[in-house]
Design a protein around this ligand. Structure first.
Ligand SMILES: Cc1cc2nc3c(=O)[nH]c(=O)nc-3n(C[C@H](O)[C@H](O)[C@H](O)COP(=O)(O)OP(=O)(O)OC[C@H]3O[C@@H](n4cnc5c(N)ncnc54)[C@H](O)[C@@H]3O)c2cc1C
Length: 203
């Protein structure tokens, strides 16, 4: 099977063309067959290969590895997600569990890029939830209340502060959380392809 890049994604077009594409042309046996070479399949393949270098792992994808959603997303590692306020402790605790998973995810990516010296435009910019409609302040106040209860550092910003930070007067109200990261998803996923151990066969 021949797979090619469709050239429609700017993130991927930023990268050098792949030189390590492998394709399978005959029947093969393996210990593990992984279908789908996005963040999930690439992480699973790397981890399995590290656990036992004698394992033969085949990673297949209908397109080039990493060129699905993992190489084409918006590049945010989120620390929080917007909600318009919780009324019960159970909801609050569930939100906390999700936020703990986001935090773990950010730590894992940080560890990966440090270990393999990956340049993926890592930017600790924080995250803005912003709106042009001043009436959305109510939603952000409720969100702020949730974040306050969980001890998340954040601030509510008005039009002037937002324009100074974002370079546009469009937004009238916003909430900023400190822990969000912005990165180049194409560079991250390409690095995940490039560091696969030699006992992983992939496209
Ligand atoms: C527009 C957009 C913006 C996003 N922005 C963000 C963001 O800012 N932050 C964030 O955290 N997440 C974001 N996401 C979500 C994020 O991209 C996905 O959660 C992530 O890529 C999922 O990784 P994955 O490896 O599970 O799946 P994928 O990256 O989708 O990989 C699955 C792979 O499996 C292959 N495949 C599927 N079926 C088959 C088959 N039958 N045979 C062979 N191959 C197959 C596909 O070709 C694909 O390469 C965004 C997603 C989109 C679409």
């Amino acid at each position: 099977m021949v797979v090619t890049n469709d050239n429609s994604c700017s993130w991927i077009n930023d990268l050098n063309p792949r030189t390590n594409i492998k394709s399978i042309s005959s029947n093969e046996e393996c210990d593990w067959l992984i279908i789908g070479a996005g963040y999930t399949g690439l992480s699973a393949a790397r981890k399995l290969a590290q656990i036992d270098s004698n394992l033969k792992i085949i990673l297949v994808d209908a397109q080039l590895a990493g060129e699905g959603a993992s190489g084409r997303n918006s590049g945010y590692l989120v620390d929080t997600t917007l909600n318009d306020g919780f009324t019960s402790n159970k909801e609050l605790q569930n939100y906390k569990k999700k936020a703990d998973i986001y935090s773990l995810g950010i730590d894992v990516v940080k560890k990966f890029i440090k270990e393999y010296q990956v340049d993926c435009d890592w930017n600790e910019s924080g995250k803005y939830f912003a709106s042009s409609k001043i009436e959305d302040k109510k939603i952000l106040d409720n969100f702020s209340n949730t974040l306050f209860k969980l001890g998340f550092e954040h601030s509510i910003l008005g039009n002037k502060e937002l324009s100074e930070r974002l370079g546009t007067y469009f937004y009238n109200i916003g909430l900023y959380t400190k822990g969000g990261i912005l990165l180049h998803p194409g560079k991250l996923v390409r690095a995940m392809v490039d560091v696969l151990p030699s006992n992983v066969f992939f496209v």
